[in-house]
Design a protein around this ligand. Sequence first.
Ligand code: UDP
Ligand code: MG
Length: 318
Amino acid sequence: MLSVIIPSYNEEGNVVKAADVVSKLLEENDIDYELIFVNDGSKDKTWELINELATTREHIVGVNFSRNFGKESAIFAGLEVAKGDACVLLDCDLQFPPEVIIQMYNIWKNNDVDVVEGRKKSRGKENFIYKAFSLMFYKMINSSSGLDMRAASDFKLMDRSVVDSLNAMPERLTFFRAMSSWVGYKTEKIYFDVRDREVGESKWTVGKLIKFALNNITSFTSAPLQIVTVCGIITFLISVIMGVNTLYNKFFGDASAGFSTVIILQLFTSSIIMFSLGIIGFYISKIYEEIKQRPRYIIKDLVRKQDPYSGGDIWKKG
Ligand code: UDP
Ligand code: MG
């Protein structure tokens, strides 16, 4: 069985359509499936729609968060609830073409591969600033983690063994795209074009994106800490040159010129120290967050019409 995990946040215009399109597609291709809609604390009618789908249709599972925990948490909740032999992630806005799921499924089924990774051929509509920042973000992640992430997406089909490995990872601050590469396994790539969103708008705000980028950079690389080291080396070199210069002046030239040098050095070193402390503080705050071991999400309701394994009736956990 294939589990399709669909994180949904304020997607009232997309939920039913996504359910229809994906169900139809999978049924046409004779694939046994479940659709897991994870409602990530939507403020609109998304949960009402999911709840109705899950209680009236087979194959549909609704998971309801107690508040908005973010797409990452929704993905991991989906993975934990999923019962399929393979799981695939899909955006509710169908920006990832659902037909590709069939290709992924066939590659997984007919070959000895554990992960079929969807890579973006093109990135769809994005504005200039978004492009520039995402480029910078991925450069940083790529160079330090050795994972090529620029074209990576959350659109991925994973074997049960991979899903179990991901579920076993205890960290709280997750970055699915990097974690699913990190676990390894035999991976096959497949390329697709990102479509434009038809209904509603992108759920990413600038604030959310910055938080996402900072969290992922700090949980996946220690590059910022290395920047501090490099800054330290450079400052050290500069101060050596300035020191030599000052000494030279003292013995052979104008000794009173030292005042400005002191001020410059003072300013420079103290700003570097403050900058480094800032970065260290940021990492400490991440450590603090990990150490709390809070759950990644809280599920309020879980609804499915029929439990496919026990064959039970309406199954509801509150
Ligand atoms: N999403 C979510 N929680 C959030 C933000 C987004 O579950 O806090 C879901 C959203 O419903 C969609 C997917 O994540 O199914 C991708 O979001 P979106 O289309 O807004 O992102 P983009 O395609 O612009 O990167
Ligand atoms: Mg989208």
